[in-house]
Design a protein around this ligand. Sequence first.
Ligand SMILES: [Zn+2]
Length: 363
Amino acid sequence: MKILFSLLFSLLTFFTSAQPNAAPNIFIITTDGFRWQEVFNGADSILINNPKYVGDTEAIKQLFWDDSKEVRRTLLFPFVWKTFAKHGAIYGNRQIASKVSVSNPYKFSYAGYNELFTGFADPSIIANKKRWNTNTNVLEFLNNTNEYKNKVAAFTSWHLFNYILNKKKNTFHINSGNNTLVTDSSSANQFLINGTQQYVVDTLTPTRNDMLTFLTAKEYLQKHHPKVVYLGFGETDDYAHSGKYDGYLQSANAFDSYIAQLWYLINSDPFYKNNTHIIITTDHGRGKKSTTWVRHDMFTAGSENSWLMLLGPKVANKGEISNNDEMYTSQLAQTIAYLMNTNFTAPQSIEPILHNAFIEIKK
Ligand SMILES: [Zn+2]
C-alpha cells in the first residue's frame, strides 16, 4: 500500500511539474532591414571597398572579407552557418531560387512588422508613425490562450513597437526603446542594465542600443521563463540609413552572437530544451545597388526581398533551402500559431508556410 501510494504520488508530481512545460515555446527574432545578400554572400565586394561607406577598409576586410562567399558569410554569421544551418532550415537565397518576400507594397518597418505579427498586409499602414495598431497580433492571440496567458514577452530596440504591438490594449510584457526593466529590484544585473541605459539614453535616439535590448531580454528570460518571446533588434537598419557599411556588418555580426547566446540558453535550460522553436527574419530588404542599399521603399528595387531561418522540434534540419515556392512574411503569424499547436486566423487569411508543405515536418 505504501509503495503504491508513493508511486501514485511520484506520478502525480511528475505530471504536475511536467505539465506547465508541455506546450511548446517559441523565440521570434528579427534584425531590422538586413539584406538577404549579406545573409547568403557575406560582405559585398563593392560596398566594403568603397571608402565612402567604411571608416577603415583594411581593418573591416580583415574582419569580414574572403574571396569565397561561403567563408565570407561564415565570418559575418558564424553561429548561423556553423550551427543553426545544421539544426534548422534557411530560406531566401535568390541565387538558388529560394524566395522570401514581404507582401505589403510600402516596404518600411511598421508595415513589415504588422504583416509579420498580424498575418496580413494592412494597406492603411502608410507610415512609421506613433499610431496604435488595431489589428490583432499573434502574440496577443497566444497571450489570450490558457497555455500562454502571461507567458508572452517582447523586447525591442525600436520604441515604435509599443504602438505596433499595441501596449495600450495588450497586457503581455512589452519592453521597447528605452523602457527600463522592472521585475526584481534586488537583481544586480537589472540594476546595471537599467543604469547603463539611463546613462546613454540622452545621447541616443528613441531606438535602444541592441546590446541593451539583448541583456534586458536575457535577464527577464532567466527569471520569468516566458514561453513566447519576441526579440527585435534595430541597429542594422540604422547603420544602413546612415551609409555606414562597417557598422552595418558589425551590428549583424553582433546579432549573430546574440542568437548564439540565446540558442545556448535554450539548450542549457531544461525549461526550453527540446521544446522550443526559433524563427529569425527581417521586416524588409533594401536596395540592391551600391547606391540604393542605404534605403528601402516602394520605389527601390530589392526592398521587398526578405529571408527566413527556422529551427525547432517540428522543423526538419534541411539547412540552406533551394527551389522553394515564394514565401511571404504575412504567412508567419499563422505559422507561429501552428508551431504552437493552435490556429490563428488573420483577417485576410493566407495559408501558413507549413500548410503549403514548404517546410518538412519532423515525424
Ligand atoms: Zn529603415
